[in-house]
Design a protein around this ligand. Structure first.
Ligand SMILES: [Zn+2]
Length: 72
């Protein structure tokens, strides 16, 4: 995989949602045409998901206990 550094930075920022809107839009346009970057996004997204699972192993039980509200 050979990304140039700018694209690689954009790629990481894109995956963590840190790209500003105009940059994000142009990066998404680039993504549609660049298989290497599409693969990179998938790779980073997977790594990020793994990291979040490791860092917050107990984060989901809470949301499972949210009471169902009935307004009727
Ligand atoms: Zn690319």
């Amino acid at each position: 995989m050979n990304y140039d550094d700018t694209v690689r930075d954009d790629l990481e920022a894109y995956v963590i949602g840190a790209l500003d809107q105009p940059v994000r839009a142009s990066f998404e346009a680039h993504l549609g045409a660049c298989v290497a970057c599409m693969g990179g996004v998938a790779l980073y997204a997977g790594m990020l998901a793994d990291l979040r699972t490791i860092e917050t192993p107990e984060s989901s039980p809470k949301s499972a206990v949210i009471p169902v509200r009935r307004s009727r």
